[in-house]
Write a protein that binds this ligand. Structure first.
Ligand SMILES: Cc1cc2nc3c(=O)[nH]c(=O)nc-3n(C[C@H](O)[C@H](O)[C@H](O)COP(=O)(O)OP(=O)(O)OC[C@H]3O[C@@H](n4cnc5c(N)ncnc54)[C@H](O)[C@@H]3O)c2cc1C
Ligand code: FES
Length: 353
């Protein structure tokens, strides 16, 4: 099932007082494949329990020699403080396979608009590298606007690189800086982004015209800011399919179902190598928890339905997905999150793609 990979830390760079970049090289020397906007999960065992956290690549394949992640310290955060304080060049991180769907569109769109805040810049930065490298990974000369919110200039990750691109590509790239606690910052907006300000910035970006279906929006910011942005975009008739979102902070309010050990469901999982594994889980436990309880290693990171590293395609049977705001029933053909997925039918067959 899941194969973990050991990555050697070859460089540690300080980006701001509370953010670092770790440059990583596969210890096995084999090629490392990922896409701009994806993330890896860092896996640790703490007091006999496995824990994981996701970190987006700030590097870009084909441009940077090695993959890199950028980590911002969260007060009292278990992993972010450990990575910042204890991990140094020469150490090895155990990691899950690159995952995530915060990907550039397959075809060059008419326009790209990004909204990032704090460490939310990380996957966006990987996209920007892909767009502004001498040999861009996405062809075309579409205009790109970044709305980038931070506390102040000194805590703004990748500020110099972004300023460099705005100077080199003035026709194509614009960054609208927003600072909540830096009234002296020139050429910037000050205060918090609300829907009235966001809407007026969007109108400014589009020249007052409605956004056509060719504009893609990428959001990576605190959940409340992304909720506001998504609602504003929907009011402006931007199709759901053109709004891409990466959620960093998993919701802790996930509903839980009562466990019923008198009832079981049969799960059949086929992995990427075609290996088939069958197991039984109890009613009321998620497919992922049922598998992990029996040491069956299905891929996962957040266990909260936001990171998508546990996705599997349903081949037969039906599954209910309990997200924070909704429960969805899915059947054959659908992609399901095993971490929030409860089987409804006696048997469920899944394929990890
Ligand atoms: C797909 C994905 C990509 C991510 N990419 C990055 C990245 O590129 N860089 C990065 O620094 N982080 C990233 N994260 C967040 C990261 O996985 C961790 O959640 C974060 O580092 C905090 O972990 P911790 O163990 O330090 O904190 P914990 O010990 O888990 O939490 C400590 C406290 O902080 C709160 N908290 C947890 N995460 C956040 C957050 N992101 N913002 C605010 N409060 C939080 C918790 O609710 C808790 O109260 C990503 C998360 C996901 C799901
Ligand atoms: S483990 Fe993150 S969505 Fe399931």
């Amino acid at each position: 099932m899941e194969q973990l990979r050991r990555l050697l830390v070859v460089e540690k760079r300080r980006e701001t007082p509370d953010a670092i970049t770790l440059v990583l090289a596969p210890e096995d020397g084999q090629p490392y494949s990922y896409q701009p906007g994806q993330y890896l999960s860092v896996v640790r065992e703490i007091n006999g329990r496995e824990k994981r956290r996701a970190y987006s690549f700030s590097s870009c394949p084909g441009i940077d020699e090695y993959p890199a992640i950028t980590v911002k310290r969260i007060p009292n955060g278990e992993f972010s403080n450990w990575l910042m304080e204890k991990i140094n060049p020469g150490d090895v991180l155990l990691t899950g396979a690159p995952a995530g769907r915060f990907l550039l569109p397959e075809k060059p769109p008419r326009r790209l608009v990004y909204l990032a805040a704090g460490s939310g810049i990380t996957p966006v930065f990987s996209h920007l590298k892909a767009l502004f490298s001498p040999v861009p990974l996405l062809a075309g000369h579409m205009p790109v606007t970044l709305l980038y919110a931070n506390r102040d200039r000194s805590h703004t990750i990748f500020k110099n690189n972004i300023e460099h691109w705005t100077a080199v590509f003035p026709e194509r790239f614009r960054c609208i800086w927003l600072f909540t606690r830096d009234k002296a910052a020139p050429d910037a907006l000050h205060g918090h982004l609300n829907n009235a300000l966001f809407e007026s910035l969007l109108k400014h970006i589009s020249g007052g015209r409605p956004f056509r279906t060719g504009t893609h929006f990428y959001l990576c910011a605190p959940n409340a800011l992304m909720r506001m942005a998504r609602m504003t975009l929907r009011v402006l008739d931007v199709p759901e399919t053109n709004i891409h979102q990466e959620t960093f902070a998993p919701d802790t309010r996930l509903p839980k179902r009562p466990l019923d050990t008198s009832k079981t469901h049969r799960i059949v999982v086929t992995d990427r190598d075609g290996e088939r594994t069958e197991f039984q889980i109890y009613a009321g436990e998620t497919i992922l928890n049922g598998a992990l309880r029996q040491n069956i290693r299905l891929p996962y990171t957040c266990k909260s339905g936001v990171c998508l590293s546990c996705l599997a395609r349903c081949r037969s049977g039906e599954v209910e997905l309990d997200f924070v705001e909704q429960t969805r029933r899915e059947g054959p053909g659908a992609l399901i999150n095993t971490c929030v997925g409860y089987p409804v039918t006696g048997e469920v067959q899944l394929v990890i793609e």
